[in-house]
Structure formats: structure tokens, C-alpha cells
Unconditional design. Structure first.
Length: 116
């Protein structure tokens, strides 16, 4: 079983991992994205949207995601909101602010108090 997992990890690293992204749009313009790993999950989501009164499926994409590292500078400035699993707090000029969490794909994130 370990060999299978090892081979699967190598394939994910070099070929990517298959995902399905379903985009649904509401009658008032709100866009929802669902990410799924099997066609059965896609079918279930589409069936839910088909009976939903105010949403329609706009598109379904099959994509391959590969691990990627970006090493050029990315600047993050303080945010006016805080969301669990999206932001984290950090001190900046004697005040605690909310900043985007540093994603593993971003290698060089610089947090600044303002972008001026």
C-alpha cells in the first residue's frame, strides 16, 4: 500500500492532481464555485443546482493542479476583516491587524503597514 501512495505522490508532483471546478450563477449575479475530486461529486452537486430555484450551472472544468512555488516578492497590507483559515493577526506599528495567511506557494511574502 505504501508503494501505491508513493507512486501517487510522484504522479501528483509531476503530472498534477485532477479536479473538477463547477461554476454556478444565481439570478442576481452571485457566482459560486465548487471544487470536486470525482465525477460522482460533480453529479451530486449538479443535481442539487438543477433543483435550486435561483441558481444555474454555468460551466464545468476539468483541470490538473500541480504544486507551484512563486519566489518573487508579494506584498500584503492590513485588511479590514478577519476570516478563520483565511487571515491571521500580526502587529504592525503597535496595532494588531489582520493579514492574509501566507500560502505555501508564495515563498517571499512581505507584510507592510501600508502600500504608500
Amino acid at each position: 500500500m505504501k508503494i501505491k501512495k508513493y507512486i501517487q505522490n510522484i504522479l501528483y508532483k509531476y503530472i498534477g492532481k485532477k479536479e473538477y471546478v463547477v461554476t454556478a450563477v444565481s439570478v442576481d449575479g452571485e457566482v459560486k464555485h465548487g471544487t470536486f475530486f470525482t465525477i460522482k461529486e460533480v453529479d451530486d452537486f449538479v443535481n442539487k443546482i438543477n433543483v435550486e430555484k435561483y441558481y444555474d450551472v454555468q460551466k464545468i472544468e476539468k483541470i490538473r493542479k500541480c504544486h507551484f512555488k512563486y519566489n518573487k516578492e508579494i506584498i500584503h497590507s492590513p485588511l479590514w476583516f478577519s476570516l478563520e483559515n483565511v487571515t491571521e493577526d500580526e502587529f504592525c506599528v503597535n496595532h494588531e491587524y489582520s493579514f492574509l495567511k501566507k500560502h505555501e506557494s508564495l515563498q517571499n511574502v512581505k507584510r507592510v503597514c501600508n502600500k504608500n
